[in-house]
Design a protein around this ligand. Structure first.
Ligand code: FAD
Length: 349
């Protein structure tokens, strides 16, 4: 459908924006445009919007804060950015609390608020960009903790069945940077609220890498101290998207069969790895990228971040296609060097 037609269809609905710039809504800073854009603040407006979009057969894209998306092109359809707010306690006892949070709340502000209130468990996930509603999509994780570790249930609108549903832990099928929302049910559900189960007694998770040492060097003892340590580590390693457009890790770490792993190890005895379930080994994608010659490499306005080759950076003025082509070249080189297929973590539109 031509974008002019889409504009005509929605001119009667005052909460729709047309030919809308998404530049401020994606962390690569790409000047992509949406034919139409809406930011429904509640479930009722969302449902009305979806009914309209369904009647007109518009392609849909659900957007959080755009920190895990690469726009290769403009989006010729309707971008919906859920606008549900609110942080509400739904259950509590002396040990735990279950809190329901609106999809459009900012993830890091929610983490900070939870710690302030004395609700613990999310400290290691501090400073991850994005919204609460997107957090289950790839089961965000960092420093030994994943969102699923404190997930209770979520509320969503099922576009296929045209109804609101609550999905529990098992229904979401969380895995490493994955869930049904990124896999088999991609595009089917719009998450409106997420509920978390948090501890009232701090149980700090210091098991990942050298966190314990850094924490004790900083004389840390509280969840807030842990949050500050994580923030300092992240700020020292990762580029700030406000300065250098990026979407964090561009690729997932690689799960490889033991036979492939053994072949790699013959040539590279130093290969880092983590045993995974079954017959697979996890190899850090950053290592594969570095050994394929891409650490700190720059082509035009696109490059890998010198301190973390897993992060692809828009140094200014790059197009979505250029960033995509750059990532494709990395994929091909890793494949030909190691016979390992890297998988993009970033959602390409
Ligand atoms: C500097 C930097 C560091 C990062 N570090 C980490 C990290 O440590 N760990 C980690 O896991 N990730 C990390 N990321 C990735 C990113 O922060 C997360 O994936 C985050 O959850 C994306 O949130 P968002 O709101 O920006 O989602 P978006 O990029 O807007 O969307 C991501 C995906 O979710 C879908 N989606 C968004 N909202 C909804 C909804 N309400 N219902 C259904 N689907 C929806 C979108 O369609 C899209 O497919 C990092 C990113 C950056 C820029």
């Amino acid at each position: 459908m031509a974008s002019e037609q889409i504009i005509a269809i929605f001119t009667t609905m005052n909460h729709i924006h047309h030919n809308y710039s998404l530049k401020a809504l994606n962390s690569f800073g790409l000047d992509a445009r949406a034919a139409s854009y809406a930011n429904p603040a509640d479930k009722e407006s969302l449902i009305t919007l979806l009914e309209e979009a369904h009647r007109e057969q518009l392609p849909l894209l659900i957007l959080g804060e755009g920190s895990n998306i690469l726009f290769k092109n403009n989006f010729q359809g309707l971008v919906i950015q859920p606008g549900m707010k609110g942080i509400d306690v739904v259950k509590e006892n002396n040990e735990e609390v279950v809190v329901k949070v609106g999809a459009s709340e900012n993830w890091d502000r929610w983490v900070s608020y939870a710690i302030e209130k004395g609700w613990y468990g999310l400290e290691n996930l501090s400073l991850i960009p994005g919204s609460v509603g997107s957090a289950p999509v790839q089961n965000i994780g960092a420093y030994g903790v994943e969102m699923k570790d404190h997930f209770e249930w979520l509320e969503t609108y099922d576009i296929q069945m045209k109804q609101q549903v609550r999905l529990d832990f098992n229904a979401c099928r969380f895995g490493y940077r994955s869930s049904i929302f990124k896999g088999e049910a991609k595009g089917r559900y719009i998450i409106t609220h997420v509920a978390f189960r948090l501890d009232k007694k701090a149980r700090l998770n210091l098991d990942y890498g050298n966190i314990k040492d850094v924490f004790s060097l900083a004389n840390g003892s509280t969840p807030l101290d842990l949050r500050n340590v994580i923030i300092n580590i992240r700020e020292s390693k990762l580029p700030d998207p406000a300065q250098f457009g990026n979407a964090g890790s561009f690729f997932k770490n690689s799960m490889v069969d033991r036979t492939v792993f053994n072949c790699i190890r013959v040539e590279y005895p130093e290969v880092p790895f983590y045993p995974n379930d079954g017959n697979q080994m996890k190899i850090p994608a950053a290592w594969l990228i570095e050994k394929s010659g891409w650490k700190g490499k720059r082509v035009g306005n696109v490059g890998t971040w010198p301190a973390q080759p897993l992060v692809i950076v828009n140094y200014g003025g790059a197009s979505g296609q250029e960033i995509y082509d750059f990532s494709e070249n990395i994929l091909q080189d890793v494949e030909s060097t190691f016979s390992v297929s890297l998988e993009r973590e970033v959602n390409v539109i």
